[in-house]
Design a protein around this ligand. Structure first.
Ligand code: MG
Length: 233
């Protein structure tokens, strides 16, 4: 089944000195990357991740091509970091329309994909962070997680090792669905309920993306904030 997509994108530097978030809206390929590293290194890493990923997936739109594109992005950032003797990396959250298995969600790190369907908001990724692992194991409550000393520590990222573990799965995708890709700067200041209310109250995707990011920034978001909205028709 072929869908058409209408998208909206917004990003903001938040309280940081540079915006290390990056987004991608391409042919049947949507992604957010949140760079890690020193001032320019994080920016380089997130952009390189998305550019490499986009080019490789465009050449092979199968699921195996999608996974290969992620590994290629990982190698590109790893090589760049080693070449500059810098520490850099990136998260990557992707919604991709593959040629052999329809919609696939793929992610590394703590950027997220949500789907709003019939008024219900579902998170389709689970964060690769120390605290998310502890919460899944029942060893940490949600309120304790907010002050945990390791709350910003990722367990996986693009470009920090020669190989990367990738999570991917099929994503049911129907007309009327609204998908949201976002960096942690958004969901760390807006609760899931607030996200749901905001997403459901604005029909037009660009205005909705602008509204999400503006509301996060109003909460004095310390981090960069990025949202990509994908409406399925
Ligand atoms: Mg961030």
């Amino acid at each position: 089944m072929t869908h058409t997509f209408v998208t909206g994108t917004a990003t903001h530097i938040g309280g940081r000195d540079s915006n290390q978030d990056a987004w991608l809206v391409s042919d049947g390929l949507f992604a957010v990357a949140d760079g890690l590293g020193g001032l320019q290194d994080g920016e380089v890493a997130s952009r390189l991740t998305l550019d490499t990923f986009d080019a490789a997936f465009t050449a092979d739109r199968t699921v195996s091509g999608l996974l290969g594109a992620c590994r290629e992005a990982n190698r590109a950032v790893w090589r760049q970091a080693n070449g500059q003797d810098a520490t850099m990396g990136s998260t990557l959250a992707v919604l991709a329309m593959t040629s052999d298995a329809a919609a696939i969600v793929l992610h590394v790190g703590d950027s997220r994909l949500y789907r709003l369907r019939n008024g219900r908001l579902e998170q389709l990724t689970h964060d690769h962070t120390v605290i998310a692992d502890l919460m899944r194991a029942g060893e940490l409550s949600e309120s304790d997680a907010q002050t945990h000393p390791y709350r910003n520590v990722l367990t996986r990222a693009i470009g920090v090792a020669p190989e990367v573990d990738i999570d991917h799965s099929g994503a049911s995708c129907e007309p009327g669905d609204r998908f949201v890709l976002c960096s942690d700067g958004l969901f760390k200041v807006l609760s899931t309920d607030e996200l749901k209310v905001m997403l459901a109250s604005e029909v037009e995707p660009q205005r909705s993306a602008d509204q999400l990011v503006a509301n996060a920034v109003k909460r004095e978001a310390e981090d960069n904030v990025t949202a990509v909205i994908i409406d399925v028709h």
